[in-house]
Design a binder for this molecule. Structure first.
Ligand SMILES: [Zn+2]
Ligand SMILES: [Zn+2]
Length: 266
């Protein structure tokens, strides 16, 4: 499989996963034109996208969905709660009949296949009903995508074991968040168990799971004013376990390289 994080952060999230035949987007939280622009870098267009998986109904995860689906009908996979919340936001177009969404509901925790991909959505603690993270597997390769979660649960720990590539939220550096000018209520929400994962929480989690096969870590949903790559690296370097993976920087400005998991780039 190949993976590129097309965009990551509070302004919009989308990740491309491809096995060469099937191309899927996990979230469509940037505009349609940005998604098209980022896909074009890899010689792809919306016509090549076979499915869209949505993690949850926060706008930074579905901002581009309406425009994409008005251009092309693509099956959308989500929990029923997420689908309901998104339909409420898009109800005007749905009522007018200008938008018809081909929903495919799943139950978090149960696996399904899409073409050759084995997909496992699982619940994460976040302040959106029905929020999930995803595992995508094929031919013994495993990708984990967990971008908005306030804390690590046993289920998160269980599912994210043994990934080859992991898109893991490293939202903020605790000190930078504390010292920031953000309103107190927002700081409390971000740091809560239904908010966003800090660098230290993510790093400690990596220290406790089997990450021996991990080749690529994409620190995701990094706050622009309460985090930076040096803080992310410092949190990981402080761990007792020594890791052998590459850290792939994600952000809003452009996609990461399209990384082929079957090629050893280390
Ligand atoms: Zn969210
Ligand atoms: Zn988000």
């Amino acid at each position: 499989m190949k993976i590129s994080v097309l965009a990551s952060g509070s302004k919009g999230n989308s990740t491309l996963v491809s096995d060469g035949e099937t191309n899927i987007l996990v979230d469509a939280g940037i505009t349609k034109s940005k998604i098209e622009k980022h896909l074009a870098i890899f010689g792809l267009s919306l016509d090549d996208i076979s499915a869209i998986l949505i993690t949850h109904a926060h706008i930074d995860h579905f901002k581009g969905l309406e425009a994409i689906l008005k251009k092309k009908s693509i099956p959308v996979f989500a929990s029923e709660e997420t689908a309901t919340s998104i339909e409420l936001c898009l109800c005007e177009c749905i009522k007018k009949g200008t938008l018809n969404i081909d929903w495919n509901y799943f139950s978090p925790g149960s696996q399904f296949t899409f073409n050759h991909l084995l997909i496992t959505p699982f619940e994460v603690p976040h302040d959106a009903n029905g929020a999930v993270a995803y595992i995508i597997e094929e031919n013994g390769e495993k990708i984990g995508i967990a971008t908005d979660l306030g804390c690590i649960t046993n289920s998160v720990r269980y599912h994210l074991q043994g990934c080859d590539a992991l898109v893991l939220e490293m939202n903020h550096d605790m000190r930078m968040l504390k010292d920031s000018d953000r309103p107190e209520m927002l700081k409390i929400r971000i740091a809560s168990k239904l908010g966003h994962l800090s660098n230290d929480q993510a790093a400690e989690f990596l220290d406790t799971i089997d990450a021996s096969g991990l080749k690529y870590l994409f620190p995701a949903h990094m706050s622009e004013d309460c985090n930076d790559l040096s803080c992310v690296k410092a949190a990981i370097l402080s761990l007792e376990k020594k890791f052998d993976f590459l850290i792939v920087k994600t952000g809003q400005e452009g996609p990461t390289p399209l990384i082929d998991l079957s090629v050893n780039n280390l």
